[in-house]
Write a protein that binds this ligand. Structure first.
Ligand code: ASP
Ligand code: MG
Length: 434
């Protein structure tokens, strides 16, 4: 018999994720353990997600590539690629569990297959299909810290899968959603999300809050803090994310000092809204132009259908009249890594499409201005174009959405453009709290 007041309320659960630099060696792992202990001591059920030690996944990917004599990643058995590259996280999960045990805490490691974190069979970039809470939930509620190897899962066919580079972020957010965690803290080597890359300008400012929508654009347009998929999931399941530094002093945190961080949340939870919240850049862009394509219905459709069928993502598209005859030049931007495949494909279509030449340019970058304020403020694009024009930076392509404007420019001007735009939108005047 149990009266309601005798029932112990389920303790609140929190998910903490530690990226590669936060578990880079045993000292860093010991430091991460201090942040975990804080949460456990506060009475939370603690679920921890770890990345591989810094540099480890790159090392493993490189080993796989060296076995493959063609050096062409499309050639090898992606299931074995996953078996190899998922191993870095296994090591850190065990080391962190051991460290916590040393300090007298109950802790155990969980590999993806033990949960089981089920994914589809798109090896190397798998999607999470299901995370049953039955295995981890009760263990955590009973006071055991669950240390989960990020980035990995298991397919229906019982093969190990990985979630794509940076996938531990997605593991963390998915677990927070599946286990009903009250928050998901992403510990990294920087204390939040910045208005732009602080390595480009010392005027970059940490944002106290940013909306899911903006973070999604930032992540997919070059900011490297979070895997894009993790932000999509956080938005879909309303998981509140905090980005904070594991290089902070855990003693200060224990004494109650507020940690600087960025909260990623719904737009309506943000009081101080900025018209523009960030400037991102990406060098991993390229531009392909098809010259003198006959100007008649169906040609563009054919080009982009074929590229889509080959799983080549195209971003900015520009069509302009060619100098001669009734023809157009069509150019588009794409991931630098897809250029060779796109060129091969287009070569096979030369006669059907009817272009005269194809030109690829890898020395281009994409610079983007992001902000939810654009929805309600005019002139954001004009400011961008004017700022670039004043620096004589030529715009090659443009693309926009409701909350972002991206331009393609020559790579050599990337940093100049980022600094100038950061100034032009007054981002250096944003005040950082705490
Ligand atoms: N270790 C994996 C990577 O480097 C996953 C992660 O750290 O998020 O991509
Ligand atoms: Mg990462």
């Amino acid at each position: 018999m149990s009266a309601p007041f005798l029932q112990k309320p389920a303790s609140s659960r929190v998910v903490l994720k530690f990226g590669g630099t936060s578990v880079a060696d045993l000292d860093r792992i010991a430091n991460a353990a201090e942040f975990i202990k804080l949460e456990a001591d506060a009475g939370h059920g603690v679920i921890v997600v770890v990345s591989a030690m810094a540099g480890e996944t790159n090392r493993l990917v490189d080993l796989v590539q060296r076995v493959d004599s063609t050096g062409n990643s499309a050639e090898f058995d992606r299931r074995e690629y996953d078996a190899v590259v998922s191993s870095g996280e296994q090591v850190t999960s065990g080391l962190l569990a051991l460290t916590l045990q040393r300090h007298g805490y109950k802790a155990r490691s969980w590999q993806g297959w033990q949960i089981p974190l089920k994914t589809n069979d798109a090896h190397g970039r798998a999607r999470i299909m299901d995370i049953p809470e039955a295995a981890i939930g009760p263990a955590v509620d009973a006071g055991e810290v669950a240390i989960i190897a990020g980035f990995q899962g298991i397919t229906e066919a019982q093969r190990i899968s990985t979630l794509g580079r940076g996938g531990s972020d997605t593991t963390a957010v998915a677990l927070a959603a599946a286990l009903g965690a009250e928050r998901c803290d992403i510990y990294t080597d920087i204390d939040g999300v910045y208005t732009t890359d602080p390595r480009i300008t010392s005027e970059a400012r940490r944002l106290d809050r940013i909306s899911y929508e903006e973070m999604l654009e930032m992540a997919s347009l070059g900011a490297k803090v979070l895997q894009t998929r993790s932000v999509e999931l956080a938005m879909a399941y309303n998981v509140q994310l905090r980005v904070l530094s594991s290089f902070a002093n855990p003693e200060e945190a224990r004494s109650g000092k507020l940690q600087p961080c960025t909260v990623i949340c719904n737009e309506d939870e943000i009081v101080e809204k900025h018209i523009v919240s960030g400037i991102t850049h990406s060098h991993a862009e390229a531009k392909i132009s098809l010259m003198t394509v006959p100007d008649e219905p169906g040609r563009a459709a054919r080009i982009f259908e074929e590229l889509a069928a080959a799983d080549i993502n195209v971003d900015m598209i520009v069509q302009s009249p060619a100098k001669t005859g009734k023809a157009a030049n069509i150019s588009f931007s794409l991931d630098e890594g897809d250029v060779a495949r796109a060129q091969e494909l287009l070569a096979t279509l030369k006669d059907t499409i009817g272009y005269t030449d194809v030109v690829a340019d890898r020395s281009v970058s994409k610079v983007s201005v992001i902000g939810v304020g654009m929805k309600s403020h005019a002139g954001v694009a004009a400011t961008m174009f004017k700022t670039l024009a004043d620096r004589s930076i030529n715009i090659l392509n443009i693309s926009t959405s409701e909350i972002k404007i991206s331009v393609l420019i020559h790579s050599e001007y990337t940093e100049l453009a980022v600094r100038a735009l950061h100034q032009a939108y007054g981002l250096h005047t944003i005040a950082e709290a705490s």
